[in-house]
Design a protein around this ligand. Sequence first.
Ligand SMILES: Cc1ncc(COP(=O)(O)O)c(C=O)c1O
Length: 479
Amino acid sequence: MDELRTVADLVADHLDGIAGRPVWRPVPDEERAWLTGQELPETGRPLDELLADTREHILPYPMGNGHPRFFGWVNPPPNRAGVLVEPLAAAFNPSCAGGDHAGPHLERTVVRWLAELAGFPHTPGGGLLTSGASMATVICLAAARQRAAVADGWDVRRDGLSGRAPMVLYVTGEGHSCLHKAAELLGLGARHVRTVPADEAYRMDVAALRRMIAEDLDAGLRPFCVAGSAGTVNSGAVDPLDQIADVAASYGIWFHVDGAYGALGVLAGEAAPHYRGLDRADSLALDPHKWLGVPVGCGCALLRDPGAARAAFSLVPSYLVDDNAGDLGWFAEYGPEQTRPFRALKTWATLSHLGRRGVKDLVEHTSGLARTLAAMVEEAPDFELLAPVTTSITAFRHIPHTEGRTEERTEERTEERTEGLDALNRAIPYAVQARGNAFITGTRLGGRDALRACFLHPDTTEADLAVLLEEIRLAAKDL
Ligand SMILES: Cc1ncc(COP(=O)(O)O)c(C=O)c1O
């Protein structure tokens, strides 16, 4: 297949040329029309034509996350080892539902490695790869829901939820939306997701958690799970996991940790103490397609009890019975997916290529950048740091000179000015993105519109941080 050689060149040219191109640019109207409006061809088109279309209409419009000055959301560049093996996974094309072939066996190793890196206890069967952390969260919370029901003498899979005391989930306002989606999907009801207050560093207030659980018990509800964050998406905060584990243990409820983005932050020397208690969780969601840069999509659900996910999902019809599956059965019994892609190959390649040392270096380098940006922000009179840095995210905002930030001026600041700053900082991300030299996204933090920069790229340098601040200033001038 000569076309595969062409693809190899396209991939190499794309990766090698990224740093020299704009970080991002809008898709022009005519290209959007091409991308969205094509008719299904009546007869098949030759492969070389498809590659020409890809080169002309698709590759010029990336999301931007391959570039060292992409700081948006939580989207890393692809690790090259992961890229290298992706075509092989497609050519191999197994379903990793289960069975005796390379895919499921390799997945067992990869899951074990991820648990080892995060410092999470692992027993074979205690985890599986998923599409991302959203699906991992569904799996973990389903396991928690089933365990709570069984502890109360019923079976949520058989009986459904109706007529039972509502199950309650606890999470701070900084918890990721996937926790809310999972709760809704699992039939818990959005109103049974409690927002636990957070402190000024955006970490869960554990005394409040304890109070809220006690109140819900008094009201006849069924607290079943508390979800702590090991790296929030807004500011990278890590909840006091050890204290949360104490509360969960004292009430006998499931302790889930959302470490989708930040679990591997535990490898950075300075941050490690913040993760104390992570190893006491019942489940951990961790995304290889975040900090590690495994090509999208690959998440991972890790569960302390290797039987917990299976108890929530196993359903083996006669046409899937495998008498040779061994004690662990099939991965498809541990989650909702039946046909499962070969996610393990790109994850194995990435981890093997980096090694433990490489992962640690990556985490330390990017966390260091976040701290350096925070220091630059604190030194600059026209920026304000909005949260302490724990992982590789810096949350801040732009305060152009006229606003200043001394005590007196802060007190003087009228509501109108606050609204003005909010509007400015809300507008800055797109204005910066459109200039093409850096990519940043925004959020609301502590009731204010904020900018946040997430560092995941191994090639980002301190010089790129200076470019980012300058780009923000320049973009803001035109707003
Ligand atoms: C902290 C956190 N949790 C969960 C998720 C959801 O993960 P995914 O997008 O892989 O489903 C994200 C995504 O950015 C995240 O940052």
